[in-house]
Design a protein around this ligand. Structure first.
Ligand code: DOR
Ligand code: ZN
Length: 347
């Protein structure tokens, strides 16, 4: 039985770190295991200019524990007022790695996002020309579309027309939750990739809703039927290079999650690697974990694989997971898959 696994230090290609006291509370959890992370820009107000991204990056570096080896890769929040020249300059100067598109109203702090996709065509063309990747929250916001169908409808209504109109645009369909999304990415060629979270590999919509409502499993895109979860596990564990890890670890204070109108987001950073090792082991695919967490994403972004390594150890006794992390503004519950985890990252 394999009970130890050494891999290059992993990267997280979709991470929410927030700002201020929350940033200080959660960044050590990612820096402990991950070498690099793509940092989401949905602060209030959002990170919309290269100068703001540089300032946010400096705040993240200041919040890191002494001796941490962690590189935040920044993103800009695309609005209908985004200046193409600022995006291209920020990418050229190494300030940002990508641009994030939130359809307005799709999720947490997305109000400044895009309503009219024609309004951002000039920015997308400039990005295609300069090789700046576009990361997408792939859900339509039309209230007439059922929330469980919003990803699938996004593919035909938004993503396909955008990609047709902007040849050469490099796109990441983030936090894929459906077979439809997986198939779309597979058929998209080298300019298209998809990220998959740890939690969508472990929960389906029953976990959120059956036998009581569990707000700490609520995130967006919302987890779908079991057949979609199984398809995600297959995609992640089969070694397909177009799929890689983006945890979408998204901390909210418990009082904002356990509310009449609770926020979307699962705080998975402390347990993501333990969860993934278990999922890959159960699929008989531990040797392919390295590709998913450390190789495929780096290749898409044209970066070297991290030279350092981590070692995962399997114990006979379950991992002792802290139930929550203090944030200054209230406790933040750590994602609990609902069954014991036996893998951990060696200190
Ligand atoms: O569940 C989510 N939480 N999905 C998102 O798209 C945003 C995120 C957040 O910022 O909390
Ligand atoms: Zn996110």
């Amino acid at each position: 039985m394999t009970d130890t696994l050494t891999l290059p230090r992993p990267d997280d290609w979709h991470l929410h770190l927030r700002d201020g006291a929350m940033l200080a509370a959660v960044v050590p959890e990612s820096a402990r295991h991950f070498a690099r992370a793509l940092i989401m820009p949905n602060l209030v107000p959002p990170v919309v200019t290269g100068a703001q991204a540089a300032a946010y990056r400096a705040r993240i570096l200041t919040a890191l524990p002494d001796g941490a080896d962690f590189t935040p890769l920044m993103t800009l929040y695309l609005t209908e007022a985004t200046d193409p020249a600022d995006v291209v300059a920020a990418h050229r100067d190494g300030v940002i790695a990508a641009v994030k598109l939130y359809p307005a109203g799709a999720t947490t702090n997305s109000a400044s996002g895009v309503r009219n996709f024609d309004a951002v065509r000039g920015v997308l063309e400039a990005m295609a020309e300069a090789g700046v990747p576009l990361c997408l929250h792939g859900e339509v916001t039309d209230p007439a579309v059922d929330i469980f169908d919003r990803e699938a409808v996004f593919l035909e209504r938004v993503l396909e027309p955008v990609r047709r109109a902007t040849p050469g645009l490099r796109v990441v369909l983030e936090h894929v939750t459906t077979e439809d999304g997986l198939d779309y990415v597979r058929a998209g060629g080298p300019d298209l990739a998809g990220t998959i979270t740890a939690h969508h590999l472990m929960i389906n919509r029953n976990h959120i809703l059956a036998g009581g409502i569990r707000p700490h499993y609520y995130c967006l895109p919302v987890a779908k039927r079991e057949r979609h979860r199984l398809a995600l596990v297959e995609a992640a564990t089969a070694g397909e290079a177009c799929f890689f890890l983006g945890t979408d670890s998204a901390p909210h204070p418990d009082h904002d999650k356990e509310a009449a109108c609770g926020c979307a987001g699962c705080f998975t950073a402390p347990v993501a690697m333990a969860c993934l090792a278990q999922v890959f082991e159960a699929a008989g695919a531990l040797p392919r974990l390295e590709g998913f967490v450390a190789r495929h994403g780096a290749a898409f972004y044209g970066l070297p694989v991290n030279a350092d390594s981590i070692t995962l150890l399997k114990s006979a006794s379950p991992l002792d997971i802290p139930a929550s992390v203090g944030s200054g503004g209230g406790r933040v519950t750590v994602f609990d898959p609902g069954f014991p985890l036996f893998w951990r990252v060696a200190d």
